[in-house]
Design a protein around this ligand. Structure first.
Ligand code: AGP
Length: 609
């Protein structure tokens, strides 16, 4: 979603702003803009539809100078993608960039129009700018007081940065439902939606808390909490390496992140498996562990890829830990009247920890009497982590590609470890628990073996990239893997891809099968293989183009293409089988020449409902 970078310094900040906003491209956007206040106290603003490179060219032609300003990438919510709607927005001396949605902006707009303000865009951001100007001009308030007074009139989840051409020594940053981080420099300070944007300039960060307002000057930062009281927030030293946010030898972040999976799974396992092969999460207190003993039901809520990881874990919770488990898409969970089960425990899953739908579901769950809640999250300081009772971290490292890959396998690893932990706590299926730990240990090396198949997988992708539709089939815990495979293809190749449980084929989708329909079937040689073979035969009889992923060749008909996957225990197999599908979707998008890391219309972290 929208990205913000801002700086107040003594040097010319133009290059800094352009380089830093580029680091936020991964969040997804459709237009970009920049504004600085120059030596004559004029606001200089440049905006364009499209990529930061286009903005850079425009800016460089103008030879701008400014030591206070900000840049923004816009992911359209209010109003179409156009230059007029691109941030920053101006009202006389006030300049604003913002992320999120102001829900009551239409009402405020009418009010402001009546006061004589003219709007040049359809955005809620311009509403903020005019509102700030109105409040400031009413009583000649300071910029801080103006912001404090104005935000009382705004509903919604957002963050914003404001500057005033009449007082160009400070920026005001507001966090109200959407994250902002302050980067501390030497005689210069910065603000951004994400620390990634600032890593080239500083490693020292302060994360604003909900409701915080910060005055950021070149030599000083003051933070006020939601009650307007000045407050000290902890400064953290980031251990994220600047290098880790570059593509290195890879063409795309997605490719890099797929290949990082053996390492990210290893990091997720590290220090959590004890010598006696039991699982230990340092993040969980004995009291929190006991809640899992008490739990008679697990409710998991998530979106997108994280939802698919949750779906796999339903099979594990029920078959291994004997706890009934329901999984729901976050926006659906928040859209209906809920009847909760007795002694139910609530879990959220998220890579970013900022997904608005998941956060909303967590907030709703707190009013419903769950035993407790836990989040499994990849971003340690995120809103979801802050608002949850406890957190188990996935150690996937920063994920830049919009299509989630390494965070998915890390989520599955944590979920399987958690369930194994519960098996130990309940003294249930102890032998199986030991086997799981052993298989987890071998998982990274099995994934590396899949990488050796990349030429074959690329060949399959090259055969299928012109197709309009692709069908994915899986059974049992491999069904969510089929869903995830289809999602990967959809989001980066824009090919219509659908997933079905293999057994459901004959109840409708079989009608789609003819010689033009490629069907990718996840068919490990496990307890379900005989049933899966029936689906393969049904497709084969109708001349569907079949691609089977399995550890054992299925010699049924000659129109079957086979991709051999290394053998792994049935329970853990979903974590392995997603890897060839990630590669497959990557190669299809590559062949189609799509923008793999920043697919159209999508954002890495979806911070609006
Ligand atoms: C995955 O490839 C997608 N980009 C998307 O579905 C994502 O998983 C979803 O938006 C949830 O994000 P989260 O894990 O950060 O909450």
């Amino acid at each position: 979603m929208c990205g913000i970078v801002a700086a107040v310094t003594k040097r010319n900040i133009i290059n800094f702003l352009l380089q830093s906003i580029k680091k936020l491209e991964y969040r997804g956007y459709d237009s970009s803009g920049l504004a600085v206040i120059n030596k004559n106290s004029d606001i200089v603003r440049i905006r364009c539809v499209g990529k930061v490179n286009v903005l850079s060219k425009k800016v460089k032609k103008k030879k701008l100078f400014g030591n206070i300003g900000f840049a923004h990438t816009r992911w359209a919510t209010h109003g179409k993608i156009s230059k007029e709607n691109t941030h920053p927005h101006i009202s006389s001396n006030i300049v604003v960039v913002h992320n999120g949605i102001i829900e009551n902006s239409s009402k405020l707009r009418i009010l402001l129009e009546k006061k004589g303000y003219t709007f040049n865009s359809d955005t809620d951001t311009e509403v903020i700018a005019h509102l700030l100007h109105l409040e400031q001009s009413k009583k000649g308030l300071s910029l801080l007081k103006t912001v404090q007074k104005s935000i009382l009139q705004l509903n919604g989840n957002y963050s914003m940065v404001v500057m005033d051409a009449k007082n160009a020594s400070k920026l005001i940053a507001v966090r109200s439902g959407s994250p902002l981080v302050i980067g501390l420099g030497i005689k210069e300070n910065f603000i951004a939606s994400d620390q990634i944007a600032l890593l080239s300039s500083t490693k020292r960060f302060i994360y604003l808390e909900e409701g915080d307002i910060a005055i950021v000057k070149a030599k000083k930062v003051n933070i006020f909490n939601k009650d307007g009281v000045i407050i000290e927030r902890d400064e953290i030293k980031s251990n994220v390496k600047y290098k880790s946010v570059s593509k290195g030898k890879y063409k795309h972040y997605m490719e890099k992140e797929i290949y990082e999976q053996p390492l990210s799974i290893q990091k997720t396992l590290n220090n959590r498996i004890k010598e006696d092969k039991t699982i230990h999460f340092s993040e969980l207190s004995p009291k929190e562990e006991n809640l899992f003993l008490k739990a008679e039901h697990i409710q998991i809520v998530a979106c997108g890829t994280s939802y698919h990881a949750a779906l796999v874990s339903k099979y594990w919770f029920e078959s291994l830990a004997d706890i009934p488990c329901d999984v729901e898409i976050a926006s659906e969970f928040s859209s209906r009247k809920l009847a909760i089960r007795k002694n139910s425990f609530f879990i959220t899953l998220s890579q970013s920890g900022e997904t608005a739908d998941t956060l909303e579901a967590l907030r709703i769950s707190k009013k419903l009497g769950y035993l407790g809640n836990l989040t499994i999250c990849n971003m340690k300081g995120s809103s979801l982590v802050k608002e949850s009772d406890c957190c188990l971290s996935t150690e996937a490292g920063i994920e830049i590609g919009v299509a989630s890959t390494k965070s998915f396998t890390a989520q599955l690893t944590v979920l399987l470890m958690l369930i194994t932990k519960i098996m130990h706590l309940k003294r249930k299926n102890i032998m199986i628990a030991k086997k799981i730990v052993k298989s987890l240990h071998y998982l990274p090396s099995k994934i590396k073996k899949i990488f050796k198949k990349n030429t074959l997988i690329e060949k399959v992708a090259n055969n299928l990239y012109r197709k309009k539709n692709i069908l994915f089939l899986g059974r049992g815990s491999q069904y969510p893997i089929a869903l995830e495979g289809a999602l990967k293809v959809k989001e980066i190749s824009y090919i219509h891809a659908e997933a079905y449980p293999s057994g459901e084929l004959k109840h409708g989708p079989l009608a789609l099968i003819d010689k033009n329909m490629p069907v990718i079937i996840i068919a490990p040689n496990d307890s379900l293989i005989e049933k899966t073979k029936k689906s393969i035969q049904e497709i084969s009889a109708r001349e569907g183009k079949i691609y089977v992923l399995s550890d054992k060749e299925v010699n049924l008909e000659n129109n079957i293409n086979f991709i051999k996957i290394p053998y792994i225990e049935e329970i853990i197999a979903p974590i392995l089988y997603i890897v060839p599908l990630q590669l497959f979707s990557y190669y299809i998008a590559l062949k189609k020449g799509k923008n793999i890391d920043q697919p159209r219309n999508l954002a890495k972290s979806v911070t609006v409902e």
